[in-house]
Design a protein around this ligand. Sequence first.
Ligand SMILES: Cc1cc2nc3c(=O)[nH]c(=O)nc-3n(C[C@H](O)[C@H](O)[C@H](O)COP(=O)(O)OP(=O)(O)OC[C@H]3O[C@@H](n4cnc5c(N)ncnc54)[C@H](O)[C@@H]3O)c2cc1C
Length: 401
Amino acid sequence: MKKRIGIIGGGIIGSATAYFLSQYPDADVTLFEKNSIGSGTTAKSAATFCLIDDSVSHEFWSVRLFGFKFYTGLEKQMPGSTGFEQTGTLMVCPYREYEMYTKQAVALTLASGYQAEYWTDHDKIHQIIPDLNLEGILGAGWCPDDGFFDATMTANTIARLARERGVQIHINTKVTEICKEGNKVTGVETSKGHFDFDVVVDASGPWVRNVAKLVGVDLPIWHTKAEVFILEPTEKLSYPFPVLKYPRFYARKDKSNVFICKSHQSMDLNDPKHAGFWDPDQLPMTGGTDEYFWEFLTEQLMEQYPRLLEASVVNEWVGYRAEPPDFLPVLGPTPVEGYVLAAGAGGNGVIEAPTIGRDVADFVMTGNKSWYLDRLPLSRLEKLQYDSTGRLISKPGIEIK
Ligand SMILES: Cc1cc2nc3c(=O)[nH]c(=O)nc-3n(C[C@H](O)[C@H](O)[C@H](O)COP(=O)(O)OP(=O)(O)OC[C@H]3O[C@@H](n4cnc5c(N)ncnc54)[C@H](O)[C@@H]3O)c2cc1C
């Protein structure tokens, strides 16, 4: 008999999980999305996918590489299916630790067969973006092979491929209850009726804390605010705009404008301006950015890229990233038998979705835990770390100054 699996959420992670599950002949898969595929956090994403990057630490290099090859593979097979724009990434290094990290990223990129360089010559950096203020800058990493995707388009492509292999996809269908017998999941109630399942995979993004409560699981997953401005330069930029990364903010092109966002790694779960527990259903599609964000960006741009202040804000929005206290996803089994997590991807869900989908599917079908799942279980969060003033102190990775 086939294993019956329900997936909650049709963002990039739920779609990727459905896609990988569809490769198992013994899987009978149904995905529920309360709106449309890729309409949640995925729709608000910058979807930058940089080989040289600080957002996922180098411990997870294989995750980054598998994701990049997966999406670019789709793009190669079906041009236009992921919206990939190969703009390259410029990673600017204002201090030594960041420089060391960038050099390591360059080495890993080269070792993986892609192109990358580290430049200390400011003229070379200025060849990419002539308007940067490079005073005090140590150097920059440059990778011409990467760029950004269209995350909603990619989620829809992956979901379509899953559907073609037999996955049932119910859009406009909200999961309202997760049913249990004893401590075991038996199915879900939805706005369109009841479904029986052996396993339920929760890929509900920033809704996950509330969805997990349906099955009695309490998740220490915060929201961090991802605030975005789309800037239209007063005078059109005369150069192709790459993904531009600084420790505290990043930018990429958005047609002829610039998409700019505060970096995920610079968010502080102790700062109520950055983090909290909010209701993602209350988030409007556009608008809602805080004043502090504008002040923060003005200060950064004044220092690094004053030319970009000569621009008007033509669009803005806020997304909530689902953020565990160590800024790493929560994957695999929970104390409730058959309730499996594929959540908490924070600011890296586009990068991580293919590996999460592949490894969660393998766990569901075979019981095998990959290195990635073994590294990121829910149980690691049982003991949260606080300092003497009560501040949460579990963020790992490179220090952001
Ligand atoms: C501004 C911004 C910039 C970002 N930039 C990047 C980047 O450059 N690179 C990167 O890798 N990541 C980036 N991210 C993060 C990335 O976008 C997210 O990690 C990723 O989209 C999360 O995908 P998801 O599938 O977990 O969640 P979502 O896309 O939110 O999907 C969850 C889905 O579950 C559905 N759902 C919820 N509850 C229910 C229910 N009860 N029943 C049915 N359906 C339900 C929702 O409608 C939603 O569609 C960025 C995020 C933001 C906001």
